[in-house]
Design a binder for this molecule. Structure first.
Ligand code: BDP
Length: 700
């Protein structure tokens, strides 16, 4: 087993009674409809049946009483459904499903029903999951429907197949051989996404290349859109704001210039002629050197609305990123997105959604939630998480990210109402917004196992599950993934779950404890480098940790940058007190003396040391826990993870040693006795060089 099958491995059912029960259901499937999604459903059932029971399923549209399992839409099955069940299903919306048993003419059948074929497909995947996780109970009913409308992967894939911040090989989009050659992997990709309910993908890097908007590339993108459509997946592309100049021959990209508007209108029409259900554009503008409306004295709303207006007649949307900051503005980077977007609240069209990273800096191992959540009231906000582990161990480390996302989603914003949470804003339940979005920056590449590290698959999986339902717990998602990936073995489940659930806190401890952030290697972001200085200030480490002989941390209270005031008063007030703020955010908002006393009674300096050391210890215990599973997991996957955990332990030690030796030069205090003393000297760590680290690849 090399991991290619992902969580859709459909391992053979061992219990003979269960096998008989499932075999019987597969031996008489009354099947409605012949459309493309129905064909996908049949293919998936065929595959699952062959793998789980070694035989083909029997589909029929005759002899009703010889069937066991019914699959179809509510309308197709209306005759056998009571009115109440029909209403219940109707309320689940276009993507929801119902599954349960139906008594009809003296016999009991099992049914999976949606309002639309895509709902049936989601129901079938959910049912197959219940078999794989051994939770299928034909007697109990289940209904489910996604809470977020757009559940989307953002690929940061370049047209030359390099992947920005990708650690799993090259882009799976083989632009060169498209549209003629269809890699079977595209279908497996679509299946995997559909099994989670992911229904949108943006194919190209946010640092965009205008060539994707030329007819040659549109033809290629069309092939992917056609392949993904039966799986309920819509295609989006990134739009480079200066495309009118680069591929349109214009002198300007001013969003209020009539020629520019005409360019985008024509481009959009052309796009829809290839892809009639094209999703829309994802835009990174005026950030990190990308072009945008500011060049022409226009604001983000003027830029986004121009595109929104040309997309609206086709039903398309604009996803406009809030990740905007500039080193030319003399303000804490933390504050810049709110500066730009708060004054524009209510000014964006209905088909614009602002995609906001989970935190205000940049996908750090731990960030407090982004203060835009709650700060605007009349603007659609979507969430952007990063699945690829740019700052969380890249593809060498096992870090299960769902606890991080759960922490953000459950954060209380206190706005618009005192009980509001981030999840409630993005799923519309607190914010009232109708257009809802959760996007994840993909960790997928051409590696045989898709994600580089086998456990990167768990992050793809967890992202899809949390986008479907932001209230799911990271623990239940981990259980599903483990059972679907490794089978029913209880020892594997218990140990792997423990490893996964402690992995994120371990990474925070050995990388960025107590609210430290942005102290990684310059540019490639691999490993620790708290000493990075020079060049653009907001890309250095010193800008963020501000260590000196007095203390450490970024003062973002009223005496400092004031960023804390961008949050609701409930948060701003209590967090401005260093004894009240949750310690996990301490140095994010406060610059404190090395002897500042923490809740444990120890000094800040000692606690920093203990956290780093604890991170290393947890990494080691993760490794020994995994190694104790030798013989229970197939050798290929076992050894892959075991070797990478050994690397992770070394990297955890490296982080701890480098950071503690560096911070000691300011603190001028001995390390706490209980911790393992860092080896080597600071110069050694500073001089390490990583020509092999995956960095930002040349943009085309
Ligand atoms: C940062 C990445 C950079 C991306 C940027 C973004 O380092 O490569 O282009 O985010 O989100 O984390 O636009």
């Amino acid at each position: 087993k090399d991991g290619y099958e992902l969580w859709l491995d459909y391992s053979s059912i061992e219990s003979s009674s269960k096998r008989a029960e499932i075999t019987s259901l597969f031996s008489g499937i009354y099947f409605f409809g012949q459309g493309p999604t129905q064909q996908v459903i049949q293919q998936e059932l065929r595959l699952a049946s062959q793998k789980m029971m070694g035989r083909d399923p029997v589909f029929t549209q005759e002899r009703l009483n010889q069937t066991q399992l019914w699959l179809g839409t509510r309308e197709e099955l209306a005759q056998v459904l009571g009115l109440e069940t029909q209403m219940q299903i109707r309320n689940l919306g276009p993507e929801g499903f119902w599954r349960g048993s139906i008594d009809f003419q003296g016999k009991t059948y099992y049914a999976i029903i949606g309002n639309q074929p895509i709902g049936v497909l989601y129901g079938v995947f959910d049912w197959l999951k219940s078999i794989q996780t051994d939770t299928f109970d034909p007697k109990s009913e289940k209904t489910d429907a996604p809470k977020v409308k757009l559940r989307m992967l953002n690929h940061w894939d370049n047209l030359d197949r390099t992947v920005e911040r990708g650690y799993a090989g090259f882009s799976i989009w083989d632009w060169h051989r498209l549209p003629g050659f269809i890699d079977p992997r595209y279908i497996d990709y679509a299946r995997a996404n559909a099994s989670l309910g992911i229904n949108a993908v943006s194919l190209t890097n946010v640092n965009a290349n205008a060539f994707i908007l030329t007819p040659d590339f549109m033809k290629k993108a069309k092939v992917l859109a056609d392949l993904f459509r039966p799986y309920g997946i819509k295609v989006f592309l990134t739009a480079r704001f200066s495309a009118p100049i680069e591929i349109g021959g214009l002198k300007t990209a001013d969003p209020l210039d009539p020629e520019v508007v005409a360019f985008w209108k024509k481009k959009t029409e052309e796009m829809y002629s290839f892809i009639p259900d094209f999703g829309g554009f994802l835009v990174k503008a005026n950030s990190e050197g990308q072009p945008g409306p500011h060049e022409y004295g226009r604001n983000h709303a003027e830029g986004a609305n121009m595109l929104a207006d040309v997309l609206a007649p086709h039903g398309g949307i604009v996803i406009w990123r809030a990740f905007v900051y500039s080193h030319e503005i003399d303000e804490d980077r933390h504050k810049q997105a709110n500066f730009e977007f708060e004054p524009l609240d209510g000014k964006f069209r209905d088909n614009v959604i602002i995609q906001v990273k989970n935190g205000a800096i940049d996908f750090m191992p731990r960030e407090p939630f982004h203060p835009l959540f709650g700060a605007v009231k009349n603007t659609n906000l979507g969430m952007e998480f990063q699945i690829t582990q740019e700052y969380l161990g890249q593809a060498t480390q096992l870090v299960y990210l769902a606890p991080m996302w759960e922490e953000v989603l459950r954060s209380k914003t206190y706005r618009p109402s005192p009980t509001s949470t981030v999840a409630g804003i993005i799923d519309g339940s607190d914010s009232g917004q109708k257009l809802t979005l959760m996007a994840g920056v993909s960790n997928i590449g051409t590696d045989r196992n898709w994600t580089g590290h086998l456990f990167g698959q768990a992050n793809w999986f967890a992202f899809g599950r949390q986008a479907w339902d932001p209230n799911l717990s990271s623990e239940e998602i981990a259980e599903e993934w483990i059972k679907m990936t490794f089978g029913q073995n209880k020892d594997i489940l218990a140990k792997t779950k423990e490893i996964m659930l402690e992995s994120r806190e371990a990474a925070v401890n050995y990388m960025n404890p107590l609210g430290l952030h942005h102290i990684m290697g310059r540019s490639h972001h691999y490993g620790p480098a708290p000493w990075v200085e020079g060049g653009r200030a907001d890309w250095t480490s010193l800008y963020y940790h501000r260590a000196d002989s007095e203390g450490i941390g970024f003062d973002r209270t009223a005496t400092g940058s004031g960023a804390l005031n961008q949050y609701a008063p409930e948060i701003a007030n209590s967090w401005s007190d260093p004894t009240q703020i949750p310690e996990k955010y301490l140095l994010w908002f406060h610059h404190l003396p090395w002897d500042f006393e923490l809740k444990s009674g120890r000094s800040l300096w000692e606690e920093i040391g203990l956290h780093y050391d604890q991170g290393v210890k947890t990494a080691r215990s993760m490794k020994s826990e995994w190694d104790s599973l030798q013989g229970q997991i197939d050798p290929e996957r076992f050894s892959h993870v075991s070797q990478l955990l050994a690397v992770q332990v070394q990297e955890a030690e490296w982080w701890r040693n480098a950071c503690l030796l560096y911070f000691q030069t300011f603190a001028q205090r001995p390390f706490p006795e209980e911790i393992e003393q860092p080896q080597g000297d600071l110069e050694y760590y500073k001089n390490l060089d990583f020509p092999f680290a995956p960095g930002i690849r040349p943009r085309w």
